[in-house]
Design a protein around this ligand. Structure first.
Ligand SMILES: Cc1ncc(C[n+]2csc(CCOP(=O)(O)OP(=O)(O)O)c2C)c(N)n1
Length: 790
């Protein structure tokens, strides 16, 4: 017989600790008072509304106590990610047992009074949510929306060579798309410079009302699946506590020794082989140790244990006794002293200080956050001697800046660029002058920019890019996600969850601010002419602006110098989600660097050089937001200034979209006076917008002049066509903008009518030309502001 991993004494104490955590979990779900059951349980001791999830909780408590043991044994720097974060009672209970909870929330003290508050606050008005929410120490992953635990864990492990991230993956969670792909994250982990992720697949067999797929395939299939994803799984099966403690302890020791060996081989012996990282499959009953049968139906080990297994209320008086018996089955008198404090022989099982998973600074990333070393973005400026000069493509200019951000922070190893195979395609090729794509799978001749270690992370999964970046940021580092604009929608929901995390965590004084989540959306709607309709969707910003104003920022720089200024700001900012939309195709440049800085500082402003209303009220405001709308607006203005010279035109460009919202709604919002000063109180505003027109109306509906806002933007017309035709199809082109203006300004009289007729003919000519030649008319392709400027 092989020697046991646990001595009987340690096994006994670990079991007691697990029972204590289970007791606290049941207490949180059920009890309003009487936390130590010092008197017989009465209905008045039970909460009126019973909310929470028991099913996953005992398994997570079991895992936690076992992780505590290995943290101490191997002196591990470990954090805990709870995939089924609805097991909130487990993480809250365990951080309470280890002491971190009371350190952060002294009111929840380690005594009977604290216990009563701990129980009462759970899923209770004014209390805490039932998930591993930001309020819970040690959490970087709320786990409310399932699917992201492994991605977050890998993000946390990148560039943290000493860290082990223990990641509990729900077997239901494992059915989600993001999680199913996340197993492959192991091909992106550098065993030398990154830490380790230890997945613990919690195979408790059920979701809310169904079995899980992974629990209902053969063991062989499951093992082959996990091995096929590159893992070395170790199975811990059963339900008998003593046997399970021993099996889990042995599995964990083995896993951690494998991790140490892999890291030693790579770090000390230079092994270049892709490691087969260990993982654990914990096959234990759902609702383990809870009520076995309720009202004649099996509960333990079934889906029925998912939430609250016993409904305790006046209608079910017998359930009250069952609850009491259930709680007493943990023998609380053996676990807590008369004052409600965990007995010392158990308390000492938890690690000390920052080794406690609730106190690990990686799980409060702002504590570890160091500023990026930033190059001076002005040095990357495009020379703009006069507005309208030719540009190479704005993101290509930005790429050089990002290259040097990467270079300057190479030693700090705290900056990465994430993207689904689009870093080159989005125009950021300069990055590869200084770094590579991190890739630990095989390489072949003709591969480009692949290396075991690199600052660029590319997997064709927007979910992984987003999840990795979030995990990276939440553990105190910086980064950028570059993506096609249309496909960023894939992570709409992940963005939601991150924005919610930022909102809640910003209200917790002990949680330090983290670096902002920066999106660079290149390859945008207007220049997806070669990919067509499927690639044309500017709606992500409509989605983003739903979130709390304190959290979200949206920037549409009209040219490269503005993009540099905006990105410099975003990379320095904290606790926001910044969305930056920029073009990669050659495009005119409007502002020299000083003017760009000033313009971005103001967020929205009058372009005097393009306007002719100097010192006067204009007849019309030509507003634009986004690079292509800016180009079309200026082209429209140049037509009008030539053909309708009497017209007083004001050009307003908006970089910071949130300037449009009232000050009361968004911290960036212009005051009403400031807004009126740009857009007037009563003149027509022809607004050319990058996205869906309704967004501008949504943001400005409270403004005095809103009734005169006429917005042109994407109206879901697109196909493979020429760049200019994209704008024509959506009535955003220069000709339509001029015609719109004439329509709103009857004073343009005969000249206006004649011009309108001419432009209609132009549109016909345009259509005929592109149909024949497959490209835009020379006068469109070659138009520049300078040449036609009156
Ligand atoms: C993306 C997503 N879809 C659906 C749900 C609703 N939901 C909550 S728990 C759950 C079942 C989870 O099963 P599993 O991951 O196995 O967790 P456990 O059984 O351990 O509770 C579901 C479907 C959710 N939270 N997130």
């Amino acid at each position: 017989m092989s020697p046991s991993t646990l001595t009987p004494e340690l096994s006994r104490r670990m079991d007691a600790y697990w029972r204590a955590a289970n007791y606290l979990s049941v207490g949180q779900i059920y009890l309003y008072d009487n936390p130590l059951l010092k008197r017989s349980l009465a209905l008045a001791d039970v909460k009126h509304m019973l909310l929470g999830h028991w099913g996953t909780t005992p398994g997570q408590n079991f895992i936690y106590v076992h992780l505590n043991r290995v943290i101490k044994k191997y002196d591990l720097d470990m954090i805990y990610v709870s995939g089924p974060g609805h097991g909130g009672p487990a993480v809250v209970g365990n951080t309470y047992l280890e002491g971190t909870y009371s350190e952060i929330y002294p009111d929840i003290s380690r005594d009977e009074a604290g216990l009563a508050k701990l129980f009462r606050q759970f899923s209770f008005p004014g209390g805490i949510p039932s998930h591993a929410s930001p309020e819970c120490p040690g959490s970087i992953h709320e786990g409310g929306e399932l699917g992201y635990s492994l991605s977050h864990s890998f993000g946390a492990a990148f560039d943290n060579p000493g860290l082990v991230v223990a990641c509990v993956v729900g077997d239901g969670e494992a059915e989600t798309g993001p999680l199913a792909t996340a197993w492959h994250s192991n091909k992106f982990l550098d065993p030398v410079t990154d830490g380790a992720v230890l997945p613990i697949l919690h195979l408790n067999g059920y979701k809310i009302a169904n079995p899980t797929i992974l629990a209902r395939i053969t063991r062989e299939e499951l093992e082959q699946f996990l091995r096929g994803c590159g893992w070395s799984p170790c199975f811990v099966d059963g339900h008998e506590p003593a046997l399970m403690h021993e099996a889990m302890a042995t599995a964990l020791d083995s896993a951690l020794e494998q991790i140490a060996r892999i890291q030693r081989d790579a770090r000390e012996h230079g092994s270049l082989e892709r490691p087969r990282w260990p993982m654990i499959v914990l096959n234990s009953p759902k609702g383990w140790t809870g009520p076995k049968v309720v009202d004649g139906l099996q509960v333990e080990g079934t889906f029925r244990s998912h939430q609250v297994p016993l409904s305790v209320n006046a209608a079910h008086p017998e359930h009250l006794h069952e609850l009491e018996a259930w709680m007493k089955s943990y023998r609380p008198e053996e676990l807590f002293d008369a004052n409600g404090r965990l007995k010392e022989e158990l308390a000492e099982l938890a690690p000390a200080g920052n080794r406690r998973m609730g106190a690990n600074p990686h799980a409060n990333g702002g504590v570890l956050l160091r500023d990026l070393r930033m190059p001076d973005y002005r040095e990357y400026a495009v020379d703009v001697p006069s507005p309208g000069v030719h540009g190479i493509g704005d993101t290509h200019v930005l790429g050089r800046f990002l290259r040097d951000v990467t270079k300057l922070n190479e030693d700090q190893r705290n900056f990465r660029v994430f993207g689904p195979d689009e870093t080159l395609s989005n125009g950021l090729e300069a990055l590869f002058e200084t770094t590579e794509r991190q890739w630990d799978a095989a390489t072949a001749p003709n591969d480009e920019f692949l290396a075991r270690s690199g600052r660029v992370m590319e997997m064709l999964s927007e979910h992984q890019c987003e999840g990795w970046l979030e995990g990276y940021l939440l553990t105190g580092r910086h980064g950028l996600f570059n993506c096609y604009e249309a496909f960023i929608h894939i992570v709409d929901s992940m963005f939601n969850q991150h924005a919610k995390w930022l909102k809640v965590s910003s209200q917790l004084p002990w949680r330090r601010k983290i670096a902002s989540l920066n999106y660079l959306l290149a390859s945008h709607v207007w220049r997806q002419d070669h990919n067509g309709f499927t690639h044309q969707d500017p709606g992500f910003i409509d989605h983003v602006v739903n979130k709390k104003a304190e959290v979200v920022r949206v920037y549409l720089p009209p040219d490269a110098n503005c993009l540099l200024s905006v990105m410099d700001h975003c990379l320095r900012s904290r606790h926001y989600v910044n969305v930056v939309i920029a073009g990669k195709h050659p495009a005119p440049q409007w502002l020299a660097m000083d003017a760009a800085v000033q313009h971005c500082l103001e967020g929205a402003g009058i372009w005097q050089w393009a306007s002719n209303d100097q010192g006067d009220e204009p007849d019309v405001v030509m507003a634009c937001c986004g690079d292509v709308p800016t180009l079309e607006t200026l082209a429209a203005v140049s037509i009008m200034r030539e053909k309708l010279p009497g017209l007083k035109i004001r050009v307003v460009n908006v970089v910071d979209l949130m300037k449009l919202q009232p000050q009361s709604e968004h911290p960036h919002g212009l005051s009403d006076a400031g807004f009126d000063a740009l857009f007037t109180r009563d003149k027509p505003v022809i607004f050319a917008f990058h996205g869906y027109p309704s967004l501008i109306h949504r943001l400005t509906y409270r403004r005095t002049n809103h009734g005169n806002f006429h917005v042109r933007g994407y109206k879901e017309e697109g196909t493979i066509t020429t760049p200019f035709d994209m704008t024509v199809l959506n009535d955003l082109d220069r000709f339509h903008l001029v015609m719109d203006t004439i329509y709103r300004l009857p004073q343009t009289g005969e000249a206006g009518i004649t011009l309108k007729q001419r432009l209609k003919e132009k549109l016909v000519e345009h259509k005929r030309y592109i149909d024949e030649h497959g490209e835009d008319m020379p006068e469109i392709r070659n138009w520049t502001w300078g040449e036609t400027r009156p």
